[in-house]
Design a protein around this ligand. Structure first.
Ligand code: LLP
Length: 433
């Protein structure tokens, strides 16, 4: 589905011209297509049909409560990594039972909140965390379900900052240690091992590393079954990649068939009628796949600074910056940029699209052919995932508004942050008192 089409020389999001959205919500602004999100969710559901899969949306990719509410309505659960994300999921009206809690550094307060609410499961990342979880569950007298996150030492072949399944990464524990942790927890009155988890990285474009990780989870499950420990769920994490530039998209259907075959083969190899084999269900934790290409960041060109000689760069200085979308600065990420309105009469040149922040790393795109004038609107594509959620107040810039488009309608789902919003937290200011 393409929710971002040009009509009459003007970029639209679903049925709404982008200039209309900017007139209502200001610039810069994140704009999301509700129907793209729904389309991606349905595509994932159907590619993985027959695998007994439950989808837990990775809240870190886009945590706007209206977006979470949409995924809740579609039937998703949620993968969270903080109490803040848990509160957002609750605010979206989802049940705690639909929440998986990942992350290497869960605090006592976070564990207690999630225990009391009764979440689906904790994905435990270390022996120390399992010990803490056992203590808190005992103190609170709450039964807690957990999975151990295995680090399968698999190369996800992605950017090093978002590769998480290698031995050198801080995430999870090796399978042998995981096995010990499950054994330790046997008989614990408040801990119940219900899953084995992994997440090997993000923006993964090939199925192979994911299937390799699946294999090591299945092996561990078989090992545990032999030791009399039945684990009913595998959480395969997220990571399905999307197209930013010209990368061939992750082949979900091929992954779905390989997953079905692997699960079927595993069922047949387990002892016939064995209860553990029958009861296997699968969870996935996609973030980017569901939302990345359903969002754009719209920004206005403040100034043009054309090069003064052949060696120079042409700079288009825009009103969005690295604080609004940090992916280009942090991961050398490439986001497609286009002018919202056609200007066939303007000469095409190559521009560095840069923001107002006082850092040379503050760019959204480099060396892009554009026909651009001061005052134009530019759309930065693939900004629906890890865009707004990573925005900051650097340079005391207020974070952008967010808009959700549905057909010919749109709704401002987060207003622009004001200076007063920022000062409210600072004591001794008129806003903070
Ligand atoms: N589950 C866990 C435990 C994760 O750590 C992540 C992402 C996901 C699921 C979702 O992964 P996805 O399906 O979105 O690939 N800020 C980076 C991405 C960091 C991803 C961190 N973990 C970026 O802008 O590319």
């Amino acid at each position: 589905m393409n929710a971002f089409e040009r009509r009459g020389g003007v970029l639209h999001v679903e049925g709404v011209p982008v200039p209309e959205l900017v007139a209502a919500a200001g610039s810069p602004v994140y704009v999301y297509s509700r129907n793209h999100f729904i389309h991606q969710y349905r595509a994932l559901e159907s590619a993985l049909a027959g695998c007994g899969v439950r989808i837990f949306f990775a809240v870190k990719a886009n945590s706007n409560v209206s977006v979470l509410r949409l995924f809740h309505k579609l039937g998703a659960g949620f993968d969270i990594v903080s109490a803040g994300e848990l509160q957002r999921v609750m605010a979206a009206g989802a049940a705690p039972e639909s929440v998986v809690f990942s992350g290497v550094g869960k605090s006592v307060a976070e564990i207690d909140l999630a225990c009391k609410l009764g979440i689906h499961s904790f994905n435990v990342e270390s022996a120390a965390e399992l010990a803490r979880l056992g203590e808190r569950a005992t103190l609170l007298q709450r039964k807690v379900r957990f999975a151990v996150r295995v680090n399968p030492d698999v190369d996800a072949a992605t950017h090093p900052y978002i590769s998480t399944g290698l031995k050198k990464n801080k995430f999870g524990v090796p399978a042998a240690e995981a096995r010990r942790l499950y054994q330790q927890a046997v008989g614990h009155p408040w801990l119940e091992a219900t899953g084995i988890a992994c997440h090997i990285g993000s923006q993964i474009l090939q199925s192979a590393p994911l299937l390799e990780a699946l294999d090591s989870l299945l092996n561990l499950r078989a090992d545990l079954a032999q030791a009399g420990i039945a684990i009913p769920q595998l959480d395969l994490g997220g990571g399905f990649g999307v197209t930013y530039d010209s990368e061939p998209p992750f082949d979900l259907d091929a992954y779905g068939s390989a997953l079905r075959s692997a699960l079927e083969a595993n069922r047949q190899h387990s002892s016939p009628g064995a209860e553990t084999a029958e009861r296997l269900s699968v969870a996935v934790e996609p973030g980017r796949f569901l939302v990345a290409n359903g969002g754009i960041l719209v920004t206005t060109v403040e100034y043009l600074k054309p090069a003064q000689n052949d060696a120079g760069h042409n700079f288009a200085v825009v009103d969005a910056a690295m604080n609004d979308l940090i992916r280009p600065a942090l991961y050398q990420a490439w986001h497609r940029v286009e002018n919202v309105c056609d200007h066939p009469d303007v000469t095409e040149r190559h521009w560095d699209v840069v923001g107002p922040v006082c850092e040379s790393g503050d760019f959204l795109a480099l060396d892009r052919p554009l026909r651009v004038r001061a005052g134009d609107l530019l759309a930065v594509h693939s900004a629906g995932a890890y865009g707004m959620v990573q925005a900051s107040n650097y340079n005391s810039r207020g974070r952008p508004a967010e808009v959700l488009v549905d057909g010919d309608h749109f709704e401002i789902i987060r207003r622009r942050e004001t200076s007063e919003d920022q000062l409210r937290l600072e004591l001794g200011t008129p806003a903070g008192k």
